[in-house]
Write a protein that binds this ligand. Structure first.
Ligand SMILES: NC(=O)c1ccc[n+]([C@@H]2O[C@H](COP(=O)([O-])OP(=O)(O)OC[C@H]3O[C@@H](n4cnc5c(N)ncnc54)[C@H](OP(=O)(O)O)[C@@H]3O)[C@@H](O)[C@H]2O)c1
Length: 325
C-alpha cells in the first residue's frame, strides 16, 4: 500500500492545513485544485498539484487517485459534488480490490463535515457532546431560538444524512471516516476571522452573546487527520471523530471583544435586541468532546487557545491578507 494522500480542495483553509500536515508526516501528498494559479503555493510546500476545472469530472485525475491510500474530501458538503466524489472513491476501491476480494488494497476515504451538524448542543448544558450524541439540527427558521435560516437548517440535515451515507458506504473495498472539525483558527484564518476581523464589520452584538463554540488550531486539526490516516484503517473505518481542542470554548462575546482589542479598535460595542423572526448568525452552542480521537488515536491538540493568543492570530491573518493582494 502506498503512503500517498489525495486532498480534494487542497487550497482551502482546511484542505491546505491537512495537506501540509500529511507532508510533514512524510506522506506523498497530491492536492486537487481548480485554479491553476494556486499550483505554485502547493509546489512550494512539497504538495503535488492536480488541476481540474470541475472536481466532478473525476476522469481527469483517476490515475493519480488510484495510487493513493488515503482520499480526503476537504471541500465539505455540497450535494452533487460530495456524492460524485464518494462514488469515485467507491469505484477506485472496487477496481483496486477487485470488488473487495483483495480487501488489503482498500483505500480510506475521509469526509470533512463540521460541528454545526450537531445543531444546538446546549441541551447538555456546558457538557460537550461526543460522537454518540445524535445531531439535532435546529427545528425551523422561526420556531427555534437559534433563528437559523431555512436553508441553514436544510443544509445541516442534508449534511448529517450525507455523513451517514459516507459511513454506510464502507465495505471491503473502501474504508470510510467522517471528521467533524470545531471552528478553526490560525494562519490565514477561516470564515470567522474573515468576518469579524474585517474593519467594516460593525462592533454590534444582536441577541445572545453567551453562546460558545469549540475551537481548534489549523495545525492541530491537520495532525488530527494524520492521526486518523496513520491508524489501522480497520480501526477508523465507519467512525466519526470530533476534532477540537478540549476546553477551548470562549463565549461569542469574549471572542468578539478579544478580536476588536487585537485590532486596536477603539469604538464601543453596541448591544441590540433581535427583532422576532430576524435570524441571527450561528445563535447556537456547539461544544464538542474530542476524547475519542485523543484516547483512541493518541491525538493531542497543542495550541493553548484562540483568545489566549489572539494577537498572534490577528497579525498572521493580516500578513496573509497583504500577501494575497
Ligand atoms: N473553517 C472552519 O472553521 C470550518 C469548521 C468546521 C467545518 N468546516 C467545513 O469544512 C469545509 C471546508 O472549509 P474551509 O474553511 O476549508 O473552506 P474554504 O477555505 O472555503 O475551502 C473550500 C475548498 O473547497 C473548494 N471548493 C468549494 N466549492 C467547490 C466546488 N464547487 N468545486 C470544487 N471545489 C470547490 C475551494 O476551492 P476554490 O478556492 O477554488 O473555491 C477550496 O479549495 C466546509 O464544508 C466547511 O463547512 C469549516
Amino acid at each position: 500500500m502506498s503512503s500517498s494522500v489525495f486532498v480534494i480542495g487542497a487550497n482551502g483553509y482546511i484542505g491546505l492545513g491537512v495537506a501540509l500536515a500529511f507532508r510533514r508526516a512524510g506522506y506523498r501528498v497530491y492536492g486537487l485544485i481548480r485554479n491553476e494559479k494556486l499550483a505554485n503555493t502547493l509546489l512550494k510546500n512539497e504538495i503535488e498539484p492536480v488541476v481540474a476545472q470541475a472536481f466532478d469530472d473525476v476522469q481527469q485525475f483517476t490515475d493519480i487517485l488510484n495510487t493513493c491510500s488515503i482520499i480526503i474530501d476537504a471541500v465539505g458538503y455540497q450535494p452533487k459534488l460530495s456524492r460524485a466524489l464518494l462514488d469515485a472513491a467507491v469505484r477506485i476501491g472496487n477496481n483496486r480490490t477487485q470488488d473487495g476480494k483483495l480487501a488489503h488494497y482498500a483505500p480510506l476515504y475521509i469526509f470533512t463535515s463540521g460541528i454545526m451538524t450537531y445543531g444546538d448542543t446546549s441541551s447538555t448544558g456546558r457538557r460537550p457532546v461526543d460522537e454518540m450524541v445524535k445531531p439535532r439540527p435546529p427545528l425551523s427558521a422561526t420556531g427555534h431560538s437559534s433563528g437559523s435560516s431555512t436553508s441553514d437548517v436544510t443544509a445541516m440535515k442534508e449534511r448529517e444524512d450525507f455523513e451517514n451515507l459516507v459511513l454506510a458506504t464502507s465495505s471491503t473495498a473502501l474504508k470510510t471516516t467522517v471528521v467533524r472539525p470545531g471552528f478553526v483558527y490560525g494562519g490565514q484564518g477561516g470564515f470567522v476571522a474573515d468576518l469579524f476581523y474585517s474593519e467594516s464589520e460593525p462592533l454590534v452584538f444582536q441577541g445572545r452573546r453567551d453562546m460558545r463554540w469549540s475551537w481548534v488550531h489549523i495545525d492541530d486539526l491537520g495532525e488530527g487527520y494524520v492521526a486518523i490516516g496513520r491508524a489501522p484503517h480497520v480501526v477508523v473505518d465507519k467512525q466519526l471523530y470530533n476534532l477540537a481542542a478540549p476546553n477551548d470554548n470562549p463565549t461569542y462575546e469574549e471572542l468578539r471583544i478579544a478580536m476588536a482589542k487585537a485590532q486596536g479598535r477603539k469604538e464601543k460595542f453596541e448591544y441590540k435586541e433581535v427583532k422576532p423572526g430576524v435570524p441571527t448568525r450561528w445563535d447556537t452552542d456547539s461544544i464538542i468532546n474530542p476524547a475519542k480521537a485523543m484516547n483512541e488515536l493518541g491525538w493531542r491538540p497543542r495550541h493553548v487557545g484562540f483568545v489566549e493568543e489572539i494577537e498572534t492570530y490577528y497579525k498572521s491573518w493580516v500578513a496573509h491578507r497583504s500577501n494575497a493582494k
